[in-house]
Design a protein around this ligand. Structure first.
Ligand code: MF3
Ligand code: CO
Ligand code: CO
Length: 272
């Protein structure tokens, strides 16, 4: 596998898929309340993708080598779950935090994005973790421009997270994305400036830091998918799909319901 550089046709396809992925989150947002089960969120999302958008939920039956086919259409990772949580019949309760991760396929192109949702009133610590993880993602995004390197992205995220007393999960990373869900390159959320693959216009990849309130160590549950923190500390994640443009970046997974871009993000590098 190699890095794919998208031409104007590919970029147009990725823009549509990215916006649609984000719109699934907009659609789900009002439903994320105490009492709803993650299975209900999965069914709502599935219906919206297939019947309203005409998109394909990429996670459903996704089976990378070494994994069982993923059984649901979305990922829902609650509290100490880091990523790849499988929707189930347990209701969300006041104080939970949940990451909902959506990947749609439209006309063969993938859009991949996730947000944190606060269920009812949450602890200050939980809110701070979610807000700081959002900012960590944007510190990474801000590094994206031709000539920068992947290590610049990882370093910006790691420095911000660790300076605020959090830890960065190492075992999972962002990824190239296009006609293939997970393609090269791997986008680590830690690293050294000036190292790694050089960014060039036409690259599309995700930035999706997983940040823990406690130690960075993780373990996989017996279902073969769900990742949790070893110390059971809270974990948060946000994800965008981005395009490297000739002058900087374009975030492809924005929609009307996206949270506002942080004030520290330079206006000149906002979405074209
Ligand atoms: N959407 C996840 C990512 O950001 C991957 C989920 S794979 C699944 O890369 F099979 F669990 F859905
Ligand atoms: Co992803
Ligand atoms: Co994702």
């Amino acid at each position: 596998m190699t890095i794919t550089y998208k031409d104007e046709t590919g970029i147009a396809g990725m823009r549509v898929a990215g916006r649609l992925a984000s719109e699934v989150l907009d659609f789900l947002a009002p439903h994320v309340k105490p009492g709803i089960t993650t299975n209900e969120l999965d069914m709502l999302a599935h219906g919206y993708m297939v019947d309203v958008q005409g998109t394909v939920p990429a996670p459903l039956n996704y089976a990378p080598s070494g994994y069982n086919p993923y059984p649901k259409s979305i990922c829902t990772s609650v509290n100490h779950q880091v990523c790849h949580g499988i929707p189930n019949d347990k209701a969300l309760k006041k104080g939970d935090i949940v990451n909902i991760d959506i990947t749609v396929i439209k006309d063969g192109w993938h859009g991949d994005t996730s947000r944190m949702f606060l269920v009812g009133e949450t602890s200050i610590a939980a809110r701070r973790l979610c807000a700081m993880t959002f900012e960590a993602m944007w510190h990474g995004i801000q590094q994206v421009r031709p000539g920068a390197r992947l290590g610049d992205i990882g370093h910006a995220i790691q420095r911000f997270a660790e300076d605020n007393g959090f830890s960065v999960v190492r075992e999972f990373c962002g990824h190239g994305i296009g006609r293939v869900f997970h393609e090269e390159p791997q986008v680590l959320h830690y690293g050294k400036p000036g190292t790694g693959v050089e960014l060039l216009p036409g690259m599309t990849f995700t930035i999706e830091p997983m940040i823990n309130a406690g130690k960075r160590d993780i373990k996989e549950l017996g279902d073969g998918w769900t990742i949790v923190t070893k110390d059971h500390s809270l974990s948060a994640q946000w994800e965008h799909t981005v395009l490297v443009t000739p002058t900087g970046y374009e975030v492809l997974t924005l929609s009307d319901g996206s949270p506002p871009t942080p004030a520290f993000v330079a206006a000149s590098f906002s979405a074209a």
